[in-house]
Write a protein that binds this ligand. Structure first.
Ligand code: BGC
Length: 468
């Protein structure tokens, strides 16, 4: 039964719609991550913001996302994955409208929080939805499609920023994000619910009908039996204390650890501040900096994520994570050395500038085929069904919290210890992350969610090697 479940792959219109929804949710996330860099100067000009308010307008969206991701687990468990995504899209569209029409900075900040909240809910519900509906052989691909959409969203926001920078039309830049939100709303109307969630809610007939629609090539009763077997004896919703119970400490530590390492190795310092990094690396005009960011960071990120999608279900999670971290360590160290050589003289030489550009491209490629997609994939497949919603929410909230801290303190850190030490620090975190992943993170490739669940049963201190 499990074998049939693991081997059966294919596409149906219902599965394609799941993929579309996941792509739109990712695009919302990404657009929102990238857009503020270009919108900020127009906002600053119109509202005459203090430095503190500039930071608030920039980073409070991450705080909203942190709250949204905690609530997202709750919503995804109570309303279902589909309705949670519907709610996220509605919140996001409303927030984007509030931002675009804001008459005062307080309203703009309220809009940022609302948008962030929607992004947080979607960031939990979308990969969860993808992981629960995708057939096991394609699960990595479904969840990395979410990551691909994030990178496309970032790239699009860089392009929109570039196109509108001259007019300083920040209202349009921010308001444009209502478009994917409305499309997501529309997509969720006919979309199917996750059969696993339906079974947990005792809605067996609907679950059976959904399986028949989403995966017409499998015997729905066999699939239903396999879901039921894994949900056997489980209450519909675990309490918060159960999420933190010793039995699940191992997957929880893995989820949280991956969420933290994804951020403290520097990705968003580079996404948010790439213009500033390129300026420090000798790209003197604003146009040259934006161009470098758009293409060397934005476009490369998209292309490299495509590579991940091709390989994640073939090579497995661990090899991609470890190989990516090697590339990230080397490139961050190269940037560190380039800044080190420049700090001795006046500014960076053109060769050190070229090294920085090349190294950042290598960094983005390495992140995009490893920590970017694989972290979200693993977070969404390691938790047992009854704690999955809340546990994924905890890991996602930790991810946003770490993103908030890194983006908030990157410039302060650069001021305090200099660019080169800051990049060496990120490189050091890559090394620590690599060692930790090597020792602790099991391979989940090709295992059904039910089989992964059995990894955590028995001796909770079993060496990770036995799980590879
Ligand atoms: C991360 C984001 C990051 C993006 C870059 C995602 O996996 O969670 O914080 O901005 O990748 O592509």
């Amino acid at each position: 039964m499990a074998a049939q479940d693991v081997q059966a792959g294919g596409w149906s219109p219902a599965l394609i719609l799941v993929l579309v929804a996941v792509l739109l949710a990712g695009a919302l996330f990404g657009y929102d991550q990238g857009v503020i860099s270009g919108a900020l100067s127009g906002v600053q000009h119109e509202f005459k913001l203090s430095a503190l308010l500039v930071e608030v307008v920039t980073s409070w969206v991450t705080l909203g996302a942190l709250a949204g991701s905690l609530a997202g687990g709750e919503l995804a468990d109570r309303l279902g994955r589909r309705k949670a995504l519907f709610a996220a899209a509605a919140l996001f569209a409303a927030g984007a409208a509030v931002e675009a029409l804001a008459p005062a900075v307080a309203v703009l900040v309220a809009g940022r929080l609302l948008v962030g909240f929607g992004v947080g809910v979607a960031a939990v519900a979308a990969p969860l939805y993808a992981a629960e509906l995708a057939p096991a052989p394609q699960r990595g691909r479904f969840v990395s499609a979410y990551q691909l959409a994030i990178t496309i969203g970032i790239f699009l926001s860089y392009l929109v920023d570039q196109a509108l920078t001259k007019q300083g039309d920040w209202r349009v830049m921010l308001g444009v994000s209502a478009v994917p939100a409305l499309l997501l709303l529309a997509a969720m109307v006919p979309a199917v619910e996750s059969p696993r969630w339906l079974v947990r809610m005792g809605r067996r007939d609907e679950a059976r009908a959904t399986i028949a629609r989403a995966r017409p090539w499998v015997d729905p009763d066999v699939r239903l039996a396999s879901i039921e077997a894994s949900l056997h004896d489980e209450p519909p919703n675990a309490s918060w204390s159960e999420v933190f119970a010793p039995a699940w400490r191992r997957p929880l530590t893995i989820g949280i650890g991956l969420a933290v390492f994804q951020q403290i190795t520097g990705i968003n310092a580079i996404i948010y501040y790439s213009d500033k990094i390129f300026a420090a690396a000798g790209f003197s005009s604003a146009a040259a900096q934006t161009q470098a960011s758009t293409w060397a960071i934005g476009a490369v990120n998209v292309v490299a994520t495509l590579i991940a999608i091709a390989f994640i279900d073939r090579l497995g999670r661990r090899p991609l994570l470890l190989a990516g971290l090697v590339g990230m360590t080397a490139s961050l160290a190269a940037v560190g050395f380039a800044f080190l050589s420049s700090s001795k003289g006046a500014g960076m030489s053109s060769s050190a500038g070229a090294v920085t550009l090349g190294a950042l491209v290598v960094f983005i490629i390495s992140f995009a085929f490893s920590l970017g997609p694989v972290v979200w994939t693993v977070i969404n497949e390691i938790f047992p069904g009854r704690v999955r919603g809340r546990a994924v929410a905890v890991a996602t909230a930790v991810n946003w919290g770490s993103a908030f801290l890194v983006s908030e303190f990157f410039l302060t850190l650069v001021d305090a210890i200099g660019e080169s030490a800051t990049f060496f620090l990120f490189a050091f975190f890559c090394v620590v992350g690599g060692i930790w992943i090597y020792r602790r993170v099991p391979e989940t490739k090709g295992r059904s969610l039910e089989q992964i669940e059995t990894l955590w049963r028995g001796d909770t201190r079993a060496p990770a090697a036995s799980l590879r």
